[in-house]
Design a protein around this ligand. Sequence first.
Ligand SMILES: NC(=O)c1ccc[n+]([C@@H]2O[C@H](COP(=O)([O-])OP(=O)(O)OC[C@H]3O[C@@H](n4cnc5c(N)ncnc54)[C@H](OP(=O)(O)O)[C@@H]3O)[C@@H](O)[C@H]2O)c1
Ligand SMILES: *[C@@H]1O[C@H](CO)[C@@H](O)[C@H](O)[C@H]1NC(C)=O
Ligand SMILES: *[C@@H]1O[C@H](CO)[C@@H](O)[C@H](O)[C@H]1NC(C)=O
Ligand SMILES: *[C@@H]1O[C@H](CO)[C@@H](O)[C@H](O)[C@H]1NC(C)=O
Length: 349
Amino acid sequence: MDLIHTFLNLVAPPFTFFSLCLFLPPYWALKFLLSTINSIFPENLSGKVVLITGASSGIGEHLAYEYAKRGALLALCARRENALREIADKARDCGSPDVIIILADVSKVEDCMRMLDETVNHFGRLDHLVNNAAISTSNLFEEVTDITVLRPIMETNFWGSVYATRFALPHLKKSKGKIVAMSSADSWMPAPRRNVYNASKAAIVSMYETLRVEVGSEVGITIVTPGYIESEFTKGKFLTAQGKVEVDQDLRDVEVSAMPVGSASGCARAVVNSVARGDRYLTTPSWFRITYLFKLLCPELVEWSFRFWYLSRAGRSPNESLSKKVLDASGAKSVLYPSSINTPDVKTD
Ligand SMILES: NC(=O)c1ccc[n+]([C@@H]2O[C@H](COP(=O)([O-])OP(=O)(O)OC[C@H]3O[C@@H](n4cnc5c(N)ncnc54)[C@H](OP(=O)(O)O)[C@@H]3O)[C@@H](O)[C@H]2O)c1
Ligand SMILES: *[C@@H]1O[C@H](CO)[C@@H](O)[C@H](O)[C@H]1NC(C)=O
Ligand SMILES: *[C@@H]1O[C@H](CO)[C@@H](O)[C@H](O)[C@H]1NC(C)=O
Ligand SMILES: *[C@@H]1O[C@H](CO)[C@@H](O)[C@H](O)[C@H]1NC(C)=O
């Protein structure tokens, strides 16, 4: 037995290397050709039924407008009713022929089941499921004393998507529909204070990559990994170490630092275009993909520089991290952030 492994250890790496050199150029050429064809003939979204979770603010809200502009029928879900109502009205103005709102907490199985039932009862079908609802966190792991306060992150971000997907699957198979899985660039960047959030987003990538192997021939799956986008997240809305949702713009500055923040409408447009083309992955803004290369090729460097950049010395306030000091001293905020995210107001219900 061991002899086989010794043999493979010697032979497999060079063999793989040389066969990849031969195989990759035609493979990439074919991929390029297919994606060109798909962008010339994208899916016609007019009259399609789209269910969006977390549609009451940020990216989800703008996804609603973007789908509406292309004539899709919408089921918008979240927990805040007033916000949803306003967004539903705007979506109708943008061109959606029919919009319903559904109050649901995606971390509850029964809510997800009802959300799918209400959508299919009303429209008679389902074409796209957009799993966008999520909550963020921004605590150093050791600041959390009651560890159970972190559970809602996984329950909303990961289980919320998975429950909804399970109940949607029979309908999506019937319509040859599509699923959008919202992950994050944090799924590969080990950004400090994002521990469980980043884990929930990494779990999404692995879940939907596996599901794509199981059902991909019938249901399309687009895994979206946004960089920093204008939303209530980037306004500083985080789950605190005490388990409460609060807005802390100083902590947001520490975390986002001197990174440019993209507009929610631009992000939504990129997502809907990508789904209509049937892409498997989308990173938006697309330059964020280079961070993946850094992580792949020099993980030690990424780890070390993140510690150096984002963390202040033990016992000091997060305000004293280099990331915040440089942001404040350079005045770069006015250039890098959309002005909307500098007001700490978030919608309430
Ligand atoms: N903004 C970024 O920089 C960024 C970067 C990477 C990834 N993302 C991802 O993009 C997606 C959208 O986030 P966003 O940035 O637009 O943040 P956001 O403005 O905070 O929106 C989050 C949405 O999720 C909903 N939600 C939260 N918990 C829920 C629950 N238990 N049940 C139902 N709905 C729930 C919220 O509505 P209610 O409170 O009304 O329920 C809200 O509509 C998330 O998946 C996020 O992880 C964002
Ligand atoms: C899209 O579909 C709608 C109705 O199904 C149809 O009226 C419209 O002409 C189509 N648009 C394109 C560009 O094919
Ligand atoms: C998430 O964070 C962990 C710990 O910081 C890190 O090891 C990991 O690379 C990050 N991303 C993924 C995909 O787990
Ligand atoms: C960070 O600085 C701001 C003012 O710049 C202050 O209001 C806030 O309390 C500080 N936060 C901490 C945790 O020290």
